[in-house]
Design a protein around this ligand. Structure first.
Ligand SMILES: Nc1ncnc2c1ncn2[C@@H]1O[C@H](COP(=O)(O)OP(=O)(O)O)[C@@H](O)[C@H]1O
Ligand SMILES: [Mg+2]
Length: 342
């Protein structure tokens, strides 16, 4: 058999990352842009499609698809096709030697890992020989060797996925998802800025960038001053209160889901779990978030929360680790099943 290359992929609503056993890791925004006509194709240098940031920057010239937008693959041909193209693109970026046998673990938003599993397998099986789809918070925990009595909170753009980890593959009852993630913060911030500063001009991209630079919850916050044009003239605005209020929206629904997962767990181990809460995903970089969760958990008996060190790659690194630990029999079983189906 040819050489085996193992890959871990984090197929997120806003970002897709890959880590390979050949030592490559790379990330791309989860967007695909398709040329609309021959003019836009010419504009794209003769290409039919572009990916990631380039697709977003050319959004006026392409049909922009964000296939995992709401945390599942939308059930239309366009989204399914875009997932396939996105997976093909990231695997190309990983420069895996041709002819390799590829075994991959794909971590996806919790709901997608169940509801869209068949779509993900169908899309990825064109490019990988054997595949496992798992929920992303589980791959984050696995990568950090947190396999027992841990609660992982993966704060993405479209979804916030929570997962109880207790030394087995998580089941549906171990997971909760809510939709007040990064995108919802952006939407709320846009709303507040529009209400409070109707004269300011800004785009959703600008709002997201401001959030990524200054996101903070809690009372001790550095002032946030943004420059927006007013009738074309650059003007400064103090938007500290708006940023703080928009970011704070994430706390209540997350604490509610955390508490629910703790309360329905074996009572003997609840204490251990509440003291082992791990934050991952891009949104875990909001300053003061661990502290805000700990404070909100006090009335339910307290808890200890900490953030992963590499939010961007924690998911794909963990997925690679699952792949490396998976027994060969398992991969073979998948291949035989595919062959039987074919
Ligand atoms: N420094 C930061 N502070 C707050 N939010 C951030 C920061 N960096 C990225 N984000 C947000 O994190 C979200 C993306 O997180 P990610 O884990 O990549 O998402 P997904 O798994 O859904 O693709 C986006 O909403 C992005 O704006
Ligand atoms: Mg993610």
């Amino acid at each position: 058999m040819s050489d085996i290359v193992y890959i871990g992929m984090d197929l997120g609503t806003s970002r897709t990352s890959i880590t390979t056993s050949t030592g490559v890791r790379t990330t791309v925004w989860s967007y695909v842009g398709y040329a609309q006509d021959h003019v836009s194709r010419k504009h794209l240098g003769g290409r039919d499609k572009v990916f990631g940031e380039e697709a977003v920057q050319n959004r006026m010239a392409v049909d922009l698809v964000r296939p995992l937008d709401k945390g599942v693959i939308q059930d239309d041909e366009k989204s399914r096709h875009a997932v396939r193209d996105l997976i093909e693109y990231v695997i190309e970026q990983a420069e895996i030697p041709t002819g390799s046998t590829i075994y991959g673990v794909i971590g996806a938003p919790a709901e997608a890992s169940v509801d869209s599993k068949a779509h993900i397998l169908a899309a990825a099986s064109e490019f990988m020989d054997s595949i496992v789809v798992c929920s992303e918070p589980f791959s984050v925990a696995y990568g950090l060797d947190f396999l027992a009595d841990t609660l992982v909170v993966d704060i993405g753009a479209g979804t916030v996925d929570l997962c109880r980890v207790h030394a087995t593959m998580p089941k549906a009852e171990d997971q909760r998802t809510h939709h007040f993630g990064g995108d919802a913060i952006d939407a709320r911030l846009t709303e507040l800025l529009t209400e409070n500063h109707p004269e300011a001009q800004f785009s959703s991209n600008m709002v997201r960038e401001i959030k990524e630079d200054h996101a903070c919850v809690g009372t001790h916050m550095d002032p946030v001053v943004a420059t927006f044009p007013v009738k074309g003239k650059p003007t400064e605005f103090d938007i500290t209160a708006e940023v703080s209020e928009a970011c704070s929206g994430i706390v209540a629904p997350t604490v509610e889901a955390l508490q629910d997962l703790i309360a329905t767990y074996d009572p003997e181990f609840q204490q251990k779990m509440r003291n082992h809460i791990l934050l991952g995903g891009g949104g875990s970089q909001i300053t003061g978030l661990s502290r805000a969760f700990e404070e909100a958990l006090v009335e339910y008996g307290g808890g200890k929360v900490k953030s992963v060190e590499e939010p961007q790659y924690a998911g794909s690194n963990g997925a690679l680790k699952i792949a490396l630990d998976m027994p060969e029999d398992f991969w073979q079983e998948f291949i035989e099943e595919q062959e039987t189906q074919a």
